[in-house]
Design a protein around this ligand. Structure first.
Ligand code: AMP
Ligand code: GLY
Length: 425
């Protein structure tokens, strides 16, 4: 079967890398791809904003499955368009993807389906919002409704900070959609990412991971898309895993199906865990990036039948197996990220680092110019290693990082610190 993967990040490289191992996969096409993806997949010369162009490409290239990596095209209805055109597509409809596209909608679903989540209220005007903050007190969390690339969440430590955040949002800092907000109880605890594959009726767990969002060591400094991950997440014990399935994932899938809005694709639940209880922070409608890199590194079965079963409502017929090893991914980014950074700086010695055992280097913002590998984005490489435990995986990942010769790159040196400390105990 020929496959088309939409996206250009480390997440999509991890998907393409996993698909490439499947005996049932024929040609893999990627739009637009990146330096690493385009070494194993054929670049599809299409405009991914033009859904009918994608559909025409799928027809003329006999594509059996389209996999949509990022949230934007899902929220914009790419899966609906392709499915209607008769093209099998892995990813939720726009109506279902609204759970990432609108935080108000997500919280209303959580309330309706009685999922375990933080208390909240939705506001469309600043005065009522401020009154609510006054009543509840700080710390308190203010979230803009629409997609904001992770920047639309303010964790206000004081009421004054909360009032300021409310003013900025209603003054249009995040555009029109930012003038709708959610105000939510501040949750304490340890955060983890939990994944499930869903076919509209059933959900099957796809493992847990933890990421480091902050740019600086010790989880300090501004937030990024993610500076590193590891899987599984030690905080997600078997008991917590079952609890997340029972109190978050399964009731959500049932509620959506009952409301005529079945959820097909990967469901990513961000959870906060404290005192043996997991509460839902957010839903995303895609694999995490860089969580996908560590999930795929651990996957010990063919990915294709799982994705097809989700599209064909046959998830009850598949089993998913993972390696016992821990996977850890260190993101190497361009100096300056998440602020501005220089582009097209050269990376050397990657092919040497890649030879290390149990090591995979996923590309994000890269391109090849002839044989020269250039960094084109903020997050550039996901240096990933497997080890018998998180400390072993961490050691191997940094061995690979240290072989890479890239003057303009940097990474955090403490990815996995919490899990390593837990292991020592
Ligand atoms: P969200 O996009 O809603 O997941 O928010 C981004 C990040 O903000 C999360 O990954 C958490 O680290 C943090 N966060 C969001 N909501 C809360 C909350 N209610 N309490 C504490 N931290 C939160
Ligand atoms: N790494 C977090 C995310 O993909 O949203």
């Amino acid at each position: 079967m020929h496959i088309l993967v939409i996206g250009s990040g480390g997440r999509e490289h991890a998907l393409v890398y996993a698909l490439n191992k499947s005996p049932s996969v024929g040609k893999i096409y990627a739009a637009p791809g990146n330096g690493g993806i385009n070494k194993i997949a054929i670049k599809a010369e299409i405009d991914i904003k033009d859904f009918s162009q994608i559909a025409d490409f799928c027809t003329s290239h006999h594509i059996g499955l389209v996999i949509i990596g990022p949230e934007d095209p899902l929220v914009a209805g790419m899966a609906d368009f392709l499915t209607k055109a008769g093209i099998k597509t892995f990813g939720p409809s726009a109506a279902a993807a609204k759970i990432e596209g609108s935080k108000q909608f997500m919280k209303d679903c959580a309330k309706k389906y009685q999922l375990n989540t933080a208390q909240y209220a939705n506001f469309n005007d600043p005065v009522a919002a401020k009154n609510y903050v006054y009543e509840k007190g700080a710390p308190i969390v203010i979230k803009t409704d629409g997609l904001a690339a992770g920047k639309g969440v303010i964790m206000a430590q004081t009421e004054t900070e909360a009032y300021q955040a409310i003013d900025e949002m209603f003054e249009g800092r995040f555009g029109e959609s930012g003038k709708k907000i959610v105000i939510e109880e501040f949750l304490y605890g340890e955060e983890a990412s939990f994944f499930a594959i869903c076919d509209g009726q059933n959900a099957i767990a796809f493992g847990s991971a933890q990421d480091h969002k902050a740019v600086g060591e010790g989880d300090t400094g501004p937030n990024t898309g993610g500076m590193g991950t590891y899987a599984p997440a030690p905080v997600v014990t078997d008991v917590i895993h079952q609890q997340i399935m029972d109190t978050i994932i399964n009731p959500f899938i049932k509620g959506m199906a009952d409301d005529g809005n079945p959820y097909v694709g990967v469901l990513f639940a961000g959870v906060m865990i404290k005192d043996g209880e997991a509460k839902l922070l957010e839903f995303n409608v895609r694999f995490g990036d860089p969580e996908c890199q560590v999930l795929m590194a651990r996957l010990d079965c063919d990915i294709l039948p799982i994705l097809l079963a989700a599209c064909d409502k046959k998830l009850d017929e598949v089993t998913i197996t993972f390696k016992k090893d821990t996977a850890l991914c260190v993101v190497m980014a361009s100096k300056g990220y998440p602020g501005s950074y220089e582009k097209d700086t050269e990376i050397k010695n990657l092919e040497v680092a890649e030879l290390l055992p149990d090591t995979i280097i996923y590309h994000a913002g890269t391109k090849y110019q002839g044989n020269r590998l250039l960094a084109t984005g903020g997050r550039v490489l996901g240096v990933t290693a497997l080890g018998k435990d998180v400390a072993a995986a961490q050691k191997k990942a940094y061995q690979a990082v240290d072989l890479i010769d890239w003057n303009n790159g940097f990474c955090r040196r403490d990815i996995g610190w919490r899990a390593v400390e837990r292991l020592k105990k």
